[in-house]
Design a protein around this ligand. Structure first.
Ligand code: 5RP
Length: 273
């Protein structure tokens, strides 16, 4: 692994906990102005000091994050299908590696659609991106997205998708938590981070998801909606931080959440504009 590639990974994953708390705000690339991310700058800005990395597209990076920001960037470089399509797997590489280098990102990310109609393209895009990323010293994160026709997120499917991604050279794999998650971890030789998925019924459920994923071997989370769609996004991020980096139990994380909620009682009104 080149020095640059290792250095970029080390900026995102804590050397002490070996985990990363990534904040995902890339949803607009296929979902449009997602609830509470309509005004992306207002949502993102207060959260930046509390995350280890920020996952987004170049459009939102250029318009909604100040160039003076020091947070490591995970740049989504795949896209081309929206929620209006039945087949979400028809994606292309939308941002070049040289643009990623110009934007000084810490990693690039693309979706892989194992078992979907455009499986072959997404997997060969991953392999090609890894070849380029290694030339530039930029790590590649594969996102084991599931198309509309593949809502099944069980350990068998996710273990397959994660292992295939690692075999093709992904340096990090983002996946979903599922029952028997340790089976997914066992079969994947590179760090796994876990997405949150749609907003859960409670903050507790999101904290439990993070705790369970890390207990079973995930190296962190790359979470979006369960943070910025919560009533207290900063408090939620701090509570997740305690889980990801400080081995906090769900009970301890809920205590962090309660004390932070008391300090920041209302969501930034601009974020809901
Ligand atoms: C969208 C993504 C998201 O970044 C990922 O799903 C994480 O966000 P959330 O926790 O809201 O699911 O890859 O394709």
């Amino acid at each position: 692994m080149s020095w640059g590639l290792e250095n970029r990974l080390a900026r995102m994953f804590s050397p002490t906990s070996t985990n990363s708390l990534m904040l995902a705000v890339d949803h607009g690339y296929f979902m449009g102005p997602t609830h509470h991310l309509e005004n992306a700058r207002a949502t993102i800005t207060p959260l930046l000091p509390h995350a280890d990395a920020l996952a987004l597209t170049r459009g939102i990076l250029r318009k909604c994050v100040d160039p003076s920001a020091t947070i490591p960037i995970v740049l989504r470089v795949s896209g081309g299908a929206t929620i209006l399509q039945e087949d979400l797997s028809h994606e292309a590489i939308t941002t070049s590696m040289i643009e990623a280098a110009r934007l000084n990102v810490s990693a690039v990310a693309l979706s892989v659609f194992v078992g979907a109609p455009h499986e072959h393209e997404s997997l060969t895009h991953l392999a090609g991106l890894v070849n380029e990323g290694e030339e530039y010293g930029i790590p590649v994160m594969a996102i084991t997205a599931v198309g509309k026709e593949l809502e099944k997120r069980d350990a068998r499917y996710l273990a397959l998708a994660c292992r295939v991604s690692a075999e093709l050279g992904a340096h990090i794999v983002k996946t979903y938590y599922c029952e028997d998650f340790s089976r997914v971890v066992e079969g994947c030789p590179v760090p796994l981070v876990v997405a949150g998925g749609p907003k859960l019924d409670s903050d507790r459920a999101a904290l439990e998801l993070a705790r369970n994923a890390i207990d079973q071997g995930a190296h962190g989370i790359d979470m979006g909606r369960n943070i910025w769609q919560s009533d207290h996004p900063v408090a939620m991020l701090k509570a997740l931080r305690a889980i990801v980096h400080e081995k906090a139990s769900v009970r301890e994380a809920l205590d962090v959440l309660a004390s932070e909620r008391a300090r920041t009682p209302v969501r930034d009104p601009a974020a809901t504009a």
